[in-house]
Design a protein around this ligand. Structure first.
Ligand code: ADP
Ligand code: UDP
Length: 237
């Protein structure tokens, strides 16, 4: 499959048109960004590491009945995906307190959340991805009530599947971000699931194996991302 026109270039990925209007090539870049793009770096091989991780995870989710955009991996840092009309929401699921939830509530980092929570943020660089109150979601017209219920249920189901999978990898799934899009009338999981979009802590040592290592200069980012790739690809079929 050939890359045609560049449709979009973001902070972490490039989307390319193909000869089939229903399919895109999603290319993973070597760039690393945090704090709304204020902290920037790049790491050789990062694109291929993230592409390998997300391809394995999406394949695993598909095998468990989750409808995703993933079609196939065609190069170290490229995958073919279904062309979705993205819903402008970031859906975040949390199992333990960390990041912005810690800031917002003052609860201690690492505190277990009894029933996983789902949050909806407005995906807008300009507004710095604000958290949306329940009524805002409908006021903005992003989704219907039925679609909201579907997204929440799908996010929790994905959390259960991913949590079990990462546990087999010896990793605690602290929190993560999902993006969904429309394909006809279906709502489909898009974007990526990688150490850029999840918090993953080693179950035994508590070591952070995700983008927080880059955000807060906690160690060697490359070896951390490679370690996640090693564990994920060892377990996945
Ligand atoms: P950002 O836009 O935040 O800088 P990326 O660099 O990851 O992020 O850009 C990837 C873009 O592609 C995001 O806007 C995401 O919503 C969008 N996207 C992800 N999967 C699909 C898909 N299957 N079809 C269309 N757009 C997608
Ligand atoms: N996240 C993401 N993209 C965003 C915002 C958050 O992938 O634009 C992920 C983040 O990596 C973490 C989870 O979503 O795994 C929850 O992030 P949080 O709200 O705590 O925000 P942070 O303060 O970490 O940016």
């Amino acid at each position: 499959m050939q890359k045609r026109k560049k449709l979009y270039e973001g902070k972490a990925k490039i989307l390319w048109a193909t000869d089939d209007p229903n399919l895109l090539i999603q290319e993973f870049k070597d760039s690393l960004t945090a704090f709304d793009g204020v902290k920037k770096s790049s790491m050789g091989g990062k694109g291929s590491i993230n592409c390998e991780i997300t391809s394995a995870l999406f394949k695993m989710l598909e095998s468990k009945g989750i409808d995703t955009h993933f079609v196939k991996k065609i190069a170290p840092s490229e995958q073919v995906v279904r062309h979705l009309k993205m819903i402008q929401l970031e859906v975040i699921v949390r199992n333990y307190v960390a990041g912005s939830l810690k800031k917002r509530t003052g609860l201690p980092e690492g505190k277990e959340i009894e029933r996983p929570i789902v949050e909806f943020y407005f995906k807008s660089d300009e507004l710095h991805d604000p958290l949306l109150a329940f009524d805002h979601i409908f006021m903005m017209g992003f989704v219907s009530m039925a679609e909201y219920n579907y997204l929440r249920k799908a996010a929790l189901k994905i959390n259960e599947i991913l949590g079990n999978f990462f546990s087999e990898c010896g990793l605690k799934l602290v929190d993560f971000k999902l993006e969904f899009g429309r394909h006809g009338t279906d709502i489909v999981l898009g974007d990526e699931i990688t150490p850029d979009t999840c918090r993953l802590w080693d179950e035994k040592t508590g070591e952070k194996l995700d983008k927080d290592v880059f955000r807060f200069d906690l160690g060697d980012v490359e070896s951390v991302y490679k370690e996640v790739m090693r564990r994920v690809t060892e377990i996945s079929v």
